[in-house]
Design a protein around this ligand. Sequence first.
Ligand code: PMV
Length: 358
Amino acid sequence: MWCVSKANTFQFTAFHQLTPLAQYGILLVMKMHATALAHPNIAFIKYWGLEDEARRIPSNGSISMNIGGLATTTTVAFDSDLKEDTFTLNGDHVTGQGLLRVQHFMDRIRRLADTTRHAHITSHNNFPMGAGLASSASGFAALALAGTAALGLELTDRQLSSLAHFGSGSACRSIPGGFVEWLVDPLTGESYAVSIAPFDHWKLVDCIAILSDQHKPVGSEAGMRMAGSSPLQEARVADVDRRLETCRQAILNRDFESLAKVTELDSNMMHAVMMTADPPLYYWQPESLAVMSAVKAWQQEGFPITFTLDAGPNVHVITTQGVSKEIINRLHRIPGVLAVLTGAPAGAARLLPQDSPS
Ligand code: PMV
């Protein structure tokens, strides 16, 4: 390969004769595309409500676990001929609000790199979207990583996590690996997540009972705006530091009983806020309650098992790897359970080699 070595003379230098730094710079300029993979996450202590919407500062901290097996893979390819970003999700060309949300996020990345170039964004989820499985978390985590890498930006994990949270709050928790806590810097208000234990710290399994694979009628962003209208939100937030500490300790000590207790309490508290908001939001379906009741009965039998639900009807049934096979079989037998997806704790968002399929 040949390249111009001095812009205002016409000398040519062989690529291999350039300094390593110059070679790196040229490769970055030429590349302009990158592919990243990120996992969704399930929160034990949930985020619901924003204290500051513009800076997306959450009303409360949260703790989650990345879900292996489920992933979003995203390729960002900048193209100097493009007039605007294009977005393809699972083979469909996205337009309207979905496209705008991605384009606004890309504007942030462009500002960081001081460029006006637009990109083709191609994304693939290997799990149903919009049914409370946090596809926006893995989606914006993968987009943050692929978009910045395509422009040659080298962000720290903290900067990446902080960037991802502007796409979707919980996306910041899909950047670090394993068990993750979302923190807010009290001085700057910067939101970012850190790993509190690696993915192999505890052999848990999330068995997700899919009761619907339809898009939820009210997304979490719109739902969250109503959180303050519930008289229960203040009490939920006031008690959160205690729940966070219990959850942190339960994870660090692999104490399933404490984890189960605080996880169910926190999920129930969030759904109580949703149901008592104005207008009320009911994400639970009759089948969700059937799965939750089954989990309570299996707990009585001595199984290490608990449940939690995000903004959707599907139930995340958390158990340990030793008994997960039995639990999956039992879940399949509950009427209304369409499928059971499973995932063990997973690692951080990562870049993939360029020729990987997206
Ligand atoms: O990340 P968002 O803005 O889509 O909100 C996610 C909210 C919940 O999934 C319901 C809770 C959480 O902490 O993941």
